[in-house]
Design a protein around this ligand. Structure first.
Ligand code: SF4
Ligand code: F3S
Length: 104
């Protein structure tokens, strides 16, 4: 599966939802996640994200993000249409370790 990681937080560009053939993105207030049990591993979303937030879970150190994508996709609503990114999205694009701001 692919997972959405830290870089999405407060950027939320939503280009990813436009290309997913199985509509497996779910929307929280400050980021999107992928439902790992629905993702068919096609990989088309990965290069579409301007923040480079989408990665295959086979990369090292992504256990925390796999867990978050699994948990949150069960709680957040499905999203299938791109909307405008937050007005301040670009100011968060190169900020590392944004997890602490995910739920604030
Ligand atoms: Fe959707 Fe494919 Fe991305 Fe999985 S890898 S979330 S199926 S676009
Ligand atoms: Fe997030 Fe990138 Fe999609 S910033 S909303 S994973 S296009």
């Amino acid at each position: 599966t692919y997972v959405v990681t830290d870089a999405c937080i407060r950027c939320k560009y939503m280009d990813c939802v436009e290309v997913c053939p199985v509509d497996c993105f779910y929307e929280g207030e400050n980021m999107l996640v992928i439902n790992p049990s629905e993702c068919i591993d096609c990989g088309v979303c990965e290069p579409e994200c301007p923040a480079e937030a989408i990665l295959p879970d086979t990369e090292n150190g992504l256990e925390k993000w796999l867990e978050l994508n699994t948990t949150m996709s069960a709680n957040w609503p499905n999203i299938t249409r791109k909307r405008d990114a937050p007005a301040d999205a670009d100011s968060f694009k190169d900020v590392p370790d944004k997890y602490d701001t995910l739920f604030s």
